[in-house]
Design a protein around this ligand. Structure first.
Ligand code: DC
Length: 224
């Protein structure tokens, strides 16, 4: 039987690398829902569709075909995995993802992934809205300062020049926006295990989550 593990939390809490590693260790699929929101935001912005509810938005959404293939996001057949990792798309994704019709358009696509087998899914509303009945939910967080430090390191590794203060300000602004939006705001889902990763290494977080999953599997709370 397929099972779903949800990992929600703010930007920079370490969700992606931890979710990916956890899925790998469990031998199940990994779904990065932020990448889907990023892809759709990029396409809408390029098509000059304003980030507000309108018939243009509805029409544009019905023309977009999103496919997930081996961790890559394809929009109308094109791989946009690289283009979606820019500060501009950080902002666009935050703006467009607050729109009800965008969230509606992506809900089924996310839920459908369960049919391909067990998965670790990461995002903002996975445990609260998309997979509310998931047997195991985590909420990862870290201080804004620590998250900004991690984001800067990530960008430096990609050869980009970064300014810590700017990254920190952007993180705080995005936190506020993602948590205060009316629809599916970023919240700790009911029943989710809260993990503050500020002072933990990636390996420590993975170990903690893995032991929780293994415990739940052995007690039959999660059936594989
Ligand atoms: O995790 P990320 O930074 O790649 O996510 C990009 C944006 O998408 C973020 O601003 C919030 C939004 N998002 C969302 O609203 N719901 C999700 N399940 C995942 C991401």
């Amino acid at each position: 039987m397929a099972y779903v593990i949800t990992i929600d939390g703010p930007a920079g809490a370490g969700k992606s690398s931890i979710a990916k590693r956890l899925a790998q260790l469990l031998g199940i699929h990994y779904l990065d829902t932020g990448a889907i929101y990023r892809a759709i935001a990029l396409i809408l912005a390029e098509a000059e569709v304003r980030p507000e509810e309108s018939e243009f938005l509805e029409e544009a959404l019905s023309d977009i075909r999103i496919e997930l293939r081996d961790g890559a996001v394809l929009v109308n057949g094109f791989d946009v995995s690289r283009e979606i990792r820019t500060p501009r798309v950080d902002e666009l994704a935050s703006t467009y993802s607050a729109l009800p019709s965008v969230r509606r358009a992506l809900l089924g696509l996310q839920q459908d992934q369960e049919q391909y087998g067990s998965l670790v899914v990461e995002g903002r509303d996975e445990g609260s809205v998309v997979f509310p009945r998931a047997p195991l939910k985590f909420f990862l967080t870290a201080s804004p300062e620590e998250r900004a430090r991690r984001r800067c390191l990530e960008r430096e590794r990609r050869g980009e020049s970064v300014c810590y203060d700017e990254v920190l300000a952007a993180i705080k602004e995005r936190d506020h926006y993602d948590s205060s939006r009316a629809l599916a705001p970023l919240v700790q889902p009911e029943g989710a295990v809260l993990v503050d990763t500020s002072k933990m290494s990636e390996e420590e977080v993975v170990e903690l989550l893995l032991s929780r999953v293994r415990g739940a599997l052995s007690r039959g709370e999660v059936t594989a």
